[in-house]
Design a protein around this ligand. Structure first.
Ligand code: AMP
Length: 280
């Protein structure tokens, strides 16, 4: 497994693989890897791709006062996990390598970037789209793998790829959960044992909504959301949003059907967590 931190080195490594006829599969991450990341990597490997993982905590997608500086990092642990997954190459650039100063260009999408997460984290998706565009230009993958865990991010990336004519197939993968139902996330490490118990209320509410839709055939979004909010508000957490939306454009929907989802965010103490259920 090659571990490279220079754009020029990763480019030439990938070019060699491409020349040998391999498809390039790319899994961008911010590191501190968990089973969610591993599921994306296994998908890429199963697809027979030359698999590249990037580890880069992107300062541009954190707002002032957010957790950029304390975001969990453990590159040695990450690399040994990647080695056991037989990843082909890992790109670990520094901030200076990624953003040569002055860096003046940013990529942003209107409308869908401003809703839900965007309303609570203005500018977040501009940071995400800018770094993903740069990584796509460096890696030039045939396929890139993203998790439904970050549903809005996935929807925005798909739209960006279509709008900007990137010749890249975006492959979505289901949310991986811990045995207690909590969606795997690098940020779960911030939670104390007590907070983790409280945090479970989000996945519990989503699971209840899923059951109401799938077993009781209740599809009225307002009723489902009301029930979900009641569950969340019964716990000592701050509900930031819980909305039923169309997956393509994140517009609110009145009825749950194919291609809709319920997306939610809560704060447990100082820790912000997101989760969702989708009907693809
Ligand atoms: P991150 O390192 O948090 O930026 O995530 C990198 C990629 O892993 C993104 O495509 C995420 O959506 C995906 N991911 C994060 N958590 C999960 C999870 N629990 N299940 C599936 N994919 C995930």
């Amino acid at each position: 497994m090659k571990v490279l931190d220079k754009k020029s080195d990763i480019r030439s490594e990938i070019e060699d693989a491409r020349r040998s006829g391999k498809k390039i599969g790319f899994v961008p991450t911010m590191g501190f890897l968990h089973q969610g990341h591993i599921s994306l990597i296994r998908r890429a490997k199963e697809d027979g791709c030359f698999t590249i993982v990037s580890i880069f905590v992107n300062p541009l997608q954190f707002r002032p006062g957010e957790d950029f500086h304390r975001y969990p990092r453990d590159t040695n642990r990450d690399l040994s996990m990647l080695e056991s997954e037989s990843v082909d190459a890992v790109f670990t650039p520094s901030t200076e390598e990624m953003y040569k100063k002055p860096h003046l260009t940013e990529v942003s999408l209107s409308n869908i970037s401003e809703k839900l997460e965007g309303a609570f984290r203005p500018g977040h998706f501009r940071g995400v789209c800018t770094v993903v565009t740069k990584l796509f230009n460096i890696v030039k993958p045939d396929r890139a793998y993203f998790g439904w865990k970050d549903a809005q991010q996935l929807i925005i990336i798909k739209k960006m790829v279509s709008d900007l004519d990137f010749n890249i197939e975006i492959i979505p993968a289901p949310t991986v959960r811990d045995p207690d139902g909590l969606a795997a996330s690098s940020r779960n490490t911030y939670l104390s044992l007590q907070e983790r118990k409280r945090a479970l209320v989000l996945s519990r509410a989503l699971q209840k909504i899923k059951e109401m839709v799938e077993f009781q055939q209740i599809t009225d979004a307002a009723a489902l959301i009301e029930c979900g909010k009641e569950i969340i508000n019964s716990e000592n957490v701050e509900l930031q949003y819980l909305e039923a939306v169309e997956l393509e454009n994140l517009e609110p929907v009145h009825t749950i059907k194919k291609n809709t989802g319920v997306l939610g965010a809560i704060k447990v103490g100082n820790v912000r967590l997101i989760d969702n259920i989708i009907w693809e």
